[in-house]
Design a protein around this ligand. Structure first.
Ligand code: MG
Length: 370
């Protein structure tokens, strides 16, 4: 594998140059083989973001481009620090790829199996290639992915907007800012849970969903809390207990008056069967499962098992958010607000219209550099 280092054609998004790897510029000119470029970028948060595991004001992402015969597919890896990936790990993973060996971008199974085979883990880095490849092939076909997958974009759900854990004053302010959204997602899992819900309810009566991020340790208390949350107009509870507490979760799910959704407990397609019976549904995220191919597989597996479906995201740009939006028509709930929580989105793509997700008409994932 030859590395060309920095390439001039990569200024399109502004900021630092992309690093280019593949068969080198000679092959790029000849239009043969896929050319991968990537560059690190740091997303600035609109508010400090606090969940049960900690707070932060920025999120590192790796932006990727996959070039083929003058067409460019865009991708992204979003890497919240608690998931273990970073600019460094993603850079090292992407440098190991030699995509110039693939001269037919439609051999997506072969290409993505190769990416998967390079190293275990690295789910976000893998997603950045997967998304760019889907964008590229969709553009070559001239179609959006919801259409290629056979979904009606009119079935896309409303997106929730996330309210992080904070003081009642800040929570009320964030809730007022969230007035365009028809459902709010509330982060819980600390000893301020009831205070959080009461602060929100003092401002709005829209439906809520809650994400406990494994914060509740006792199943009896969790059940009591879920009954109280139901009275407060909550519609489902995401990852109430620790991932390891699978027996407690099965107990809780059997008794819970609200649907329980696995998030941290389900990573990729192979995990869907293992949470069946312990949760009512799963939360699919491109950065967890490794991209659009795996996300679609997870949705299919869950539908076969009769499980409920939610689509989520990290704090990420409109690139990964738009990619996810193409799967949203088959999900009951979606939390695609990651791009709304940042101030320096380098892309334009999926728009929320009247609170609802509107998958872009494409082609591909339907994004343009801002
Ligand atoms: Mg979650």
């Amino acid at each position: 594998m030859k590395k060309t280092g920095l390439v001039a054609g990569s200024l399109m998004l502004g900021g630092p140059l992309y690093r280019c790897i593949a068969g080198g510029s000679r092959q790029e000119r000849a239009g043969r083989g896929l050319v991968l470029r990537f560059r690190p970028f740091v997303l600035q948060h609109r508010h400090e973001f606090t969940i049960a595991s900690g707070s932060r004001t920025t999120t590192p992402v790796m932006l990727t481009e996959l070039g083929y015969e003058g067409i460019t597919g865009y991708g992204e890896a979003s890497m919240p620090p608690y998931l273990g990936e970073s600019h460094d790990t993603a850079g090292r993973f992407l440098e190991r790829l030699d995509l110039s060996q693939f001269s037919n971008p439609f051999r997506t199974e072969e290409i993505l199996d190769y990416v998967e085979s390079i190293a275990p883990g690295n789910h976000a880095a893998k997603a950045s290639v997967d998304i760019a490849l889907h964008d590229l092939t969709g553009k070559l076909l001239g179609q959006p992915w919801y259409k290629i997958w056979g979904f009606d974009p009119g079935n896309a759900p409303d997106t929730s907007y996330t309210i992080g854990i904070d003081t009642p004053e800040v929570v009320r302010e964030k809730t007022r800012e969230a007035s365009p959204y028809k459902i709010l997602k509330v982060k819980l899992g600390l000893d301020t849970d009831r205070q959080m819900i009461e602060a929100i309810r003092s401002v709005t009566s829209v439906p809520l969903c809650v994400d406990v991020n494994q914060g509740w340790k006792d199943r009896e208390e969790a059940l009591e809390m879920i009954h109280w949350l139901k009275e407060q107009g909550v519609v489902f509870v995401e990852q109430p207990m620790p991932v390891e507490a699978i027996d407690d979760m099965a107990w809780l799910t059997e008794r819970s008056p609200l649907p329980t959704i696995a998030d941290e407990a389900v990573q990729g397609p192979a995990d869907v069967g293992s949470v069946y019976g312990a949760y009512h549904g799963i939360n699919i995220k491109l950065m967890k499962c490794g991209g659009m191919r795996a996300a679609h597989q997870m949705a299919s597996a869950a539908r076969v098992l009769g499980m409920r479906l939610m689509l989520g995201c990290m704090i990420e740009t409109s690139c990964a958010i738009s990619a996810a939006s193409h799967l949203s028509p088959v999900t009951e709930w979606a939390d695609l607000d990651g791009n709304l929580l940042i101030t320096n989105d380098p892309f334009e793509g999926m728009k929320i219209i009247d609170g609802r997700i509107t998958p872009p008409p494409g082609p591909g994932i339907g994004v343009t550099p801002a």
